[in-house]
Design a protein around this ligand. Sequence first.
Ligand SMILES: [Zn+2]
Length: 191
Amino acid sequence: MLKKRTAAILGLVALGGLAIGLIIVTAPSRDEAAAAGAFFTPDTVVGVEDGVVDEVDGISPFADDLPAIAKLDPELRTAMQGAARDAIADGVEFVVTSGWRSAAYQEALFNTAVIEYGSAEVAGEFVLSPEESRHVTGEAVDIGRTDANSWLSQHGADYGLCQTYANEMWHFELATEPGGECPPQLPNAHG
Ligand SMILES: [Zn+2]
């Protein structure tokens, strides 16, 4: 718990653009967290360094300076950016609504879902734990908007990109060889 809190505080420090090496010994309040632009949940504070996408409409798939994009598996990132370039030629613009996530961020999402859905079992249909999520290993990317999702469902396999869960039309993983065939979709994240 102490470790997690420390990591959360360090993330907050990085977010606030404060000097490296500064140590804050008290946990940040909700207001402090919000002031720093952090995402606040009951258990932890995470920010852009954890892969949080803080733009309402998502970020550019080419934003290699942001951890959400930079820490994706390089093969997935290359495939996604190649697809995004070709989609532009068809008049379709990709945005990334979520990419790589730190374990702390995934845990925060999971905890929030457990509160929202009332049990870990139901929450698990929508959000995976840090141990299970392929966002944490950088092997999954969520793409918006609807026209980009449609474009990818038609052309994604040309790049090896497949929608892997039937209930998440935005969630793509490298799941076949470029030009191959995507495997059948699982009904949800827990199959
Ligand atoms: Zn996803």
